[in-house]
Write a protein of this length. Structure first.
Length: 325
């Protein structure tokens, strides 16, 4: 075990079975996540990007055991979360938390803000009501909301405020690792930067480690230390943000980055756009060999023969492509 690795994911697989007929026989499976491996260092932010439906959120939920993986291992600080069950897993959840994508759906409309933030404290700690009230007030101040808001209900807040409440709930048990599942995608652009800045400030203050899932590549570049690019259930490229954005090697990464607008009009005019044709294949029946070959502008016949190995091509830069040497 490398000393500064907090989360180590090894060969993670998550398939959702498909049942048909009166007897509900399994006729197939959705290959949501297929053999994904990566490390997250203590105190860093790993960005996970890709198109909608590529398996990003399923990866995040599988890491936290909200979805139990089909196979593979997830080590948190040396402990295999996949092997934990019952009370042992419940105790571990104090250290690993999640910020959900939709602040409108992730907060119970029948509970006050104080009850929502205090619920993790109620489940895990034997706190008195007075201590819990004080802790909820501290958490609201931490996410820059007025402690008096604790008696209000979620429908009384804007989307950005609701997401701050979700962040406060995630911080209630003082975790060290948080999965941020597209925490800004449902928010107005003007609010997104505020929430990201808040997450960065909290990371510095509490030495938090993030898995930041998003499809906004410019925001991922801003917040992440390293970036993993996902396509149809597999990671196709992983590198530190400067390397990935300045020297993308996988054709899919190149296509994604070519779609990000550049503020300099001269550079923008000279840039080469990579336009992908066709639709993303079904995860029920993914293509043989390289999964990206059906849309890849440089694919060769041999790309259909075998799945490319996810390998290190330079220090810290890993790619899964037959054509990258």
């Amino acid at each position: 075990m490398i000393p500064d690795v907090l989360v180590r994911v090894e060969h993670l697989v998550k398939h959702f079975p498909i049942y048909r007929g009166f007897l509900q026989r399994q006729v197939g499976a959705v290959h949501a996540v297929d053999d994904v491996s990566f490390n997250i260092m203590r105190g860093e932010t790993l960005g996970l990007v890709g198109e909608s439906g590529c398996g990003k959120s399923t990866t995040g939920r599988s890491v936290l055991q909200l979805y139990r993986p089909t196979s593979g291992h997830v080590y948190y600080d040396g402990t295999d979360l996949v092997a934990l069950k019952g009370e042992d897993l419940r105790k571990m959840r104090r250290k690993v938390q999640m910020i959900f994508q939709d602040p409108y759906a992730s907060l119970n409309p029948r509970m006050t803000v104080g009850e929502i933030i205090g619920e993790p404290l109620l489940v895990h700690n034997a706190m008195s009501k007075e201590e819990m009230r004080e802790r909820v007030g501290q958490l609201l101040e931490l996410v820059r909301l007025n402690p008096s808001f604790s008696v209000r209900y979620p429908h009384e807040f804007s989307g950005g405020q609701r997401q701050r409440i979700g962040i406060a709930r995630a911080l209630a048990l003082q975790p060290s690792f948080i999965v941020c599942d597209e925490p800004i995608s449902a928010l107005d652009v003007s609010i997104q930067a505020q929430v990201v800045n808040l997450l960065e400030d909290l990371q510095k203050e509490f030495n938090l480690t993030y898995l930041f899932i998003a499809h906004d590549l410019s925001m991922v570049r801003h917040i992440s230390d390293r970036v993993a690019v996902m396509y149809l259930g597999i990671i196709v490229e992983l590198a530190d943000r400067q390397t990935l954005y300045n020297n993308p090697l996988h054709p899919y990464t190149q296509a994604l980055l070519s779609a990000v607008p550049v503020s300099d009009p001269i550079i923008e005019e000279k840039r080469k756009r990579v336009i992908l044709e066709g639709d993303v294949p079904s995860p029920v029946n993914p293509p043989s060999g390289c999964r990206f070959r059906t849309r890849c502008p440089v694919a060769k016949d041999f790309c259909a023969d075998s799945q490319p190995e996810f390998r290190e091509v330079s220090p810290g830069h890993e790619v899964a492509c037959h054509l990258v040497s």
